[in-house]
Design a binder for this molecule. Structure first.
Ligand SMILES: Cc1ncc(C[n+]2csc(CCOP(=O)(O)OP(=O)(O)O)c2C)c(N)n1
Ligand SMILES: CC(=O)[C@@H](O)[C@H](O)COP(=O)(O)O
Ligand SMILES: [Mg+2]
Length: 605
């Protein structure tokens, strides 16, 4: 990789000839295939923007000229060209580069948010700031994909950019015809007509300048287009045509998603290095098909993520019953309210972090009308490797305030299947299930139930009650083992339906010396906070400690590493419980009325 090793910053690119830039593109592709095959990541999108990124960094002078990457998953080449090649040895892992732009990593990075369709709004703001402060010596360049263009925010920004006074602003529309799957809707059709040279298109009709279509794999052609656009001194859309996954047989031929987000794989065969055990997603996927076979009124909705949210089997079994709205979560949710008004029961499958975008629609279009819509939030809690804007760590806090919304957190695959069936059978209002990325793990059976609570462990005296939320049941049981080893009595319960809070939790807490909650969600306003309020309302004075994610953004790393950094390990929680109990009075007499409890002494279940 002779040339690539000499590129420590973008200025070097301007010393290379057109032929050398072509050779550099080939070296970068080889680098991407080698590194991303090893680590996993967004191989397809980045293979598609090699020449485009080289052209951007030869025509514009970053960081003075601001490059804004929409979604940011396609910024690996930008990172390679801005001095971060070494960080790809640990891409998306602690100590390595993030999978998205990261201000801490480089002055060349501005927008860290991996949520799509934001770049044009940032660009509008930056261009207005330049105008307001009289700066004319730097460019604003937004790079947005055709998929991200299906997001409503992009059109809100375009409306303002087109309607505002002329100011220099370059919008590079990276059109590869795909999100994961082929881009959907009228926009996709329209872009196809523009690709075929049939104009004028929507952008010109809005009052923007348009330049294209441009071959996105011809560095010189893109450079010429960017120079032309930059010289216009007004908002202009440069329509660049690229191929996602270009240059690698296993992404080019992967008609599922052209290698959008690959797992670690053998670059020679394209096969994943490790087989994945059944995931929460796969359990959801299978159960949904089973339910759809029984219930004709069930339909599913995705925001351009049918495959990663597990909807492909349903789409293949019942093609008309999966609706892909593009990257348009707000529309997805209010359309679900419309479907429900029409007598259909929608299941909205969406990553936890992306449902934040549709809070108003969930609150005012679904819940206010008490519509029986079921939300299935995958990637809840700490996802880890996808960085701070991909953790699903706020859903329990943000959504527990929604009146009439019932939220369930399955602890394992069996509970997920049970709770999904319960959710779609509930007609009084919206329901929501949330579970993490990754394997569903071994089943965690209940040893008893108590007024709707699954009792997972009951041992010794009534010292500490542990309320386990969802997939952290495993952690709760490990803590139970830890405290039992110190002679501390413990009860572990899983409410399954976590909010509204089951009042039986107050009843149980009253009988214990200490209560704790463990949840893979922000501590701020999480289930623990809701339980604290329930105890206060029930005049229960048992001390309660909530264990969850601290109120901060979490840098990328493995899920286990990030959870440990949040103190969500058996050792940390066990020590905290022991310390807390040490400061409390012994159990008051009569507290251990065990008439309701099957007591297991000695051997743990
Ligand atoms: C609000 C939001 N919803 C969903 C996603 C998940 N997502 C990441 S990339 C992607 C597809 C993006 O397509 P496009 O903008 O065309 O970029 P390409 O991958 O084709 O380069 C999606 C749906 C997201 N990042 N943000
Ligand atoms: C960029 C984006 O938002 C998605 O591609 C996301 O990175 C996929 O996440 P998973 O790998 O968890 O499916
Ligand atoms: Mg695309």
């Amino acid at each position: 990789m002779a040339l690539l090793e000499t590129v420590r910053d973008p200025a070097r690119l301007r010393e290379l000839t057109a032929g050398e830039l072509r050779d550099l593109a080939a070296e970068i592709r080889a680098f991407l295939i080698e590194r991303v095959s090893a680590s996993g990541g967004h191989l397809g999108p980045n293979l598609g923007v090699v020449e485009l990124t080289i052209a951007l960094h030869t025509v514009f002078d970053s960081p003075r000229d601001r490059l804004l990457w929409d979604t940011g998953h396609q910024s690996y080449v930008h990172k390679i060209l801005t001095g971060r090649q070494a960080g790809f040895d640990r891409l998306r892992r602690s100590g390595g580069v993030s999978g998205y732009p990261c201000q801490e990593e480089s002055e060349h990075d501005l927008v860290e948010n991996s949520h799509a369709s934001t770049a044009l709004s940032y660009a509008d703001g930056l261009a207005r700031a330049d105008a307001h402060l009289g700066r004319r010596d730097r460019a604003v360049v937004a790079i947005i994909g055709d998929g991200a263009m299906t997001g409503g925010m992009a059109w809100e920004a375009l409306n303002n950019i087109a309607g505002g006074p002329d100011r220099p602003l370059v919008i590079v529309l990276n059109d590869n015809g795909r999100s994961y799957a082929p881009t959907v809707g009228g926009l996709a059709e329209h872009l196809a007509s523009l690709r075929a040279g049939r104009g004028p298109g929507v952008f010109e009709q809005l009052g923007l300048s348009y330049h294209g279509p441009v071959d996105g794999h011809d560095v010189t052609a893109v450079q010429d287009a960017l120079r032309h656009a930059s010289a216009l001194g007004r908002p202009v859309v440069v329509h660049v045509i690229t191929a996602k996954g270009k240059g690698f047989e296993h992404t080019e031929s992967n008609d599922l998603d052209l290698g959008h987000a690959v797992k670690p794989m053998d670059p020679l065969t394209g096969k994943a290095l490790k087989s994945s055990p059944p995931s929460f997603t796969s359990v959801f996927s299978e159960k949904l098909v089973e339910l759809a076979e029984q219930r004709e009124d069930l339909v599913a909705i995705t925001a351009a993520m049918a495959e990663p949210t597990g909807l492909l089997p349903l789409q293949q079994r019942f093609p008309g019953r999966v609706i892909d709205v593009g990257i348009a979560e707000q529309h997805a949710v209010t359309m679900a309210a419309g479907l429900s008004l029409g007598g259909v029961h929608p299941v909205v499958a969406i990553y936890s972090t992306f449902v934040n975008r549709a809070l108003d629609q969930l609150l005012m279009d679904v819940a206010l009308h008490r519509r029986p819509v079921t939300f299935v939030l995958d990637r809840s809690g700490v996802t880890g490797d996808d960085g701070p804007s991909h953790n699903g760590m706020w859903d329990l806090s943000v959504l527990q305030v929604v009146p009439g919304l019932r939220i369930a957190a399955p602890r394992d695959g069996t509970r997920l299947a049970e709770l999904l069936a319960e959710a779609v059978a509930w007609h009084e209002g919206p329901t929501l299930l949330r579970f993490p990325k990754g394997p569903a793990g071994d089943d965690v059976p209940a040893m008893a139930t108590f007024n709707g609570l699954d009792v997972l462990r009951r041992s010794g005296s009534l010292d500490v009650l542990i309320v386990a939320v969802g997939a952290l049941a495993g952690l709760a049981l490990a803590v139970a083992d830890g405290v039992r080893a110190q002679g501390i009595g413990v009860t572990v319960v899983d409410p399954r339906w976590v909010t509204p809070v089951n009042p039986a939790i107050a009843d149980l807490a009253r009988r214990h010396r200490l209560a704790i909650t463990v949840e893979d969600n922000s501590r701020a306003g999480g289930v623990g906070s809701a339980i604290a309020q329930t105890l206060r309302d029930a005049d229960v004075h048992t001390p309660l400690r909530e264990f969850g994610i601290p109120r901060r953004f979490l840098s990328h790393g493995s899920r286990a590493e990030v959870l440990a950094a949040c103190g969500l390990t058996a050792q940390d929680v066990t020590s905290a419980v022991t310390e807390l109990l040490a400061g409390l009075d012994a159990a008051p007499a009569g507290i251990d009325d065990l008439d309701v409890w099957p007591v297991h002494t000695g051997e743990e279940r």
